[in-house]
Write a protein that binds this ligand. Sequence first.
Ligand SMILES: NC(=O)c1ccc[n+]([C@@H]2O[C@H](COP(=O)([O-])OP(=O)(O)OC[C@H]3O[C@@H](n4cnc5c(N)ncnc54)[C@H](OP(=O)(O)O)[C@@H]3O)[C@@H](O)[C@H]2O)c1
Length: 346
Amino acid sequence: MKTRVGIIGATGYTGVELLRLLLHHPGVEVTALTSQKYAGVPISQVFPSLTKRFQLKCEELAVEQISKKADFIFSAVPHKTAMEKVPLFYRSGKRVVDLSADFRLKDPEVYERWYQKHTAPDLLSESVYGLPELHRDKIRGAKIVGNPGCYPTGALIGLIPLLKKGLISPEGIIVDSKSGVSGAGRDVVLESLFCEVNEGVKAYKIFAHRHTPEIEQELSLLAQKKITVTFVPHLIPMDRGILTTLYVHLIKKMNTEELLNAFQEYYDGEPFVRIFPKGKLPNTKDVRGSNFCDIGAVVGEVDGRAVIVTAIDNLVKGASGEAIQNMNIMLGYPETLGLDVAPLSP
Ligand SMILES: NC(=O)c1ccc[n+]([C@@H]2O[C@H](COP(=O)([O-])OP(=O)(O)OC[C@H]3O[C@@H](n4cnc5c(N)ncnc54)[C@H](OP(=O)(O)O)[C@@H]3O)[C@@H](O)[C@H]2O)c1
């Protein structure tokens, strides 16, 4: 029997990406979609790309109604709304993957510093940070998964093996990321308008981006000591994709091949992490529409500096693809189910 799935916030970029991918998933049936603006409207009218593919109507986010129709919930609404709704689904016995930031941070005080007061702090210890490459075993039994942010996914996958193996200094890590505009969601905001973004590149929210505490939380847990990073996000005029460049100091003397071998060894068997050979660096074009995270690296062999580059699609491995990967783990499906699509080309 197929799992009945509800998508809360189905008319956003991550919501429709969930739908696109889940339509290929043999183990699930999407039985409920919510939207405030488009309640009563077929999803194919909101997204003409779904015409002749999926006709379900959107409905209001009424927890009781949705709970009758769905066994598993993807929450793709903004933070704060998620914090209000996810606990209600949880209490009605549903398992939830939440794509917002509301169940990622473990410390309610840290959450309050970067967002606002948390209204369900008791569930923060219950929820699991949904990076499969780091927390697969915990995700299996989780009732609520806080799906990672898009920037943290690219940064953490590039740093975890090196920190875990004690190959890099935990001090002075620089995370320099470039994101496509869909990272900001589908809501109309001035900064995302075509003329504001096209033909330009800008850094923003230096030392102030809300994904900073998330990256630091996971690195600190891994290293068992407080780690801070210099995180600088940039906006790039493309629809989707995040390229992250990580600047680190090696503790052990090693060359580029040895560093790449360390990645290869750590991610052996990971279905969605691809390590590039020496001389080849990732490009967001090579992961578009897919759940892959590509990794390349170069060691500056004179003074122990190394640069790691990762590329993901922010809407797939950085959001909806990772969310489905988490659902697969939670429900005991093969992890790649519904996700074994090749990247778009070009
Ligand atoms: N975009 C990314 O690359 C990305 C990556 C990782 C995580 N995320 C996170 O995923 C979540 C969704 O992001 P998105 O980019 O898909 O956002 P989005 O394009 O702005 O879509 C938001 C969705 O939530 C619904 N919604 C908004 N306010 C609501 C409210 N008060 N009550 C009920 N529904 C409401 C919207 O419905 P209507 O407008 O139709 O009413 C829409 O379906 C956010 O928490 C975001 O931080 C996004």
